[in-house]
Design a protein around this ligand. Structure first.
Ligand SMILES: [Zn+2]
Length: 246
């Protein structure tokens, strides 16, 4: 199954959407620069995103919960972890999840690197994912969410859209499952892109049981509030605003 295509004109559409829905000027700058941190707010849709995997067994547990609930999400995987766990990446694809790159090894230094060094890291992660999936990813989330003008230029040239978030579950702080779910449900809004983690900073076997425990309550709570759970490509697609999403 191919990754749903993210239209190249999505930045323009987001810009128009931002004007229509009255976002501030900083949001417009981000949209123009090819970095987006929220989706279309025209409909009650939320995109859950999971970073830093694949990280067995937590990645599989997250997918299992999503699948049992008929929900989809987006996973920003590290190239190194993907190379170590290719079957987990195939599981994501086969479960209908969207997959983006989260760099090769989650280096903190990427915003300070030269274009050639960033290109190398981007290409290294891309080669791993293309080798597993058969196509290049089109979404990128920077480690720690930290981008630079150089990174955004390189990403745009390489056909990527840089994806941030506007709801932070704070699961990376190892908060309790109740706190994680409570924060997501408190801050959820139409078009929200939610940050969660199925791994941690390039460390294999990091414990993400708190996120796994919080997930059923997050999915159920969002549904109770009338939200549909969609992928990042879906939430950025203007078609999400009509009934013709699927
Ligand atoms: Zn990360």
């Amino acid at each position: 199954m191919a990754l749903p295509r993210l239209p190249r004109w999505s930045a323009i559409a987001l810009l128009l959407g931002a004007v229509m829905f009255g976002l501030g000027s900083s949001d417009l700058v981000y949209a123009q620069a090819g970095h987006v941190s929220r989706g279309n707010g025209c409909r009650r849709v939320v995109a859950l995103t999971f970073d830093d995997g694949p990280n067995p067994p937590y990645t599989e547990q997250v997918v299992d919960i999503l699948r049992r609930n008929g929900a989809r999400a987006t996973f920003f995987v590290e190239g190194q972890a993907a190379a170590d766990h290719p079957d987990a990446v195939k599981l994501l694809r086969d479960a209908g999840m969207a997959i983006g790159s989260h760099s090769y090894a989650h280096s903190e230094d990427l915003p300070a690197t030269q274009a050639t060094d960033f290109r190398y890291d981007l290409g290294r992660a891309e080669a791993v994912l293309e080798g597993i999936l058969g196509h290049k990813p089109q979404l990128y989330r920077a480690p720690f969410g930290k981008t630079s003008a150089t990174m955004l230029d390189e990403l745009r040239n390489a056909g990527y859209t840089s994806i941030g978030w506007d709801v932070d579950s704070t699961d990376w702080r190892e908060t309790s499952p109740d706190e994680i779910a409570g924060r997501v449900l408190l801050e959820a809004h139409a078009g929200a892109i939610v940050l969660l983690h199925d791994g941690a900073l390039g460390q294999d076997n990091s414990d993400r049981s708190g996120t796994v425990e919080a997930l059923p309550a997050i999915v159920a709570g969002l549904r109770e509030r009338g939200y549909e759970l969609v992928t990042v490509p879906d939430i950025l697609d203007p078609k999400v605003c009509s009934a013709s999403l699927r």
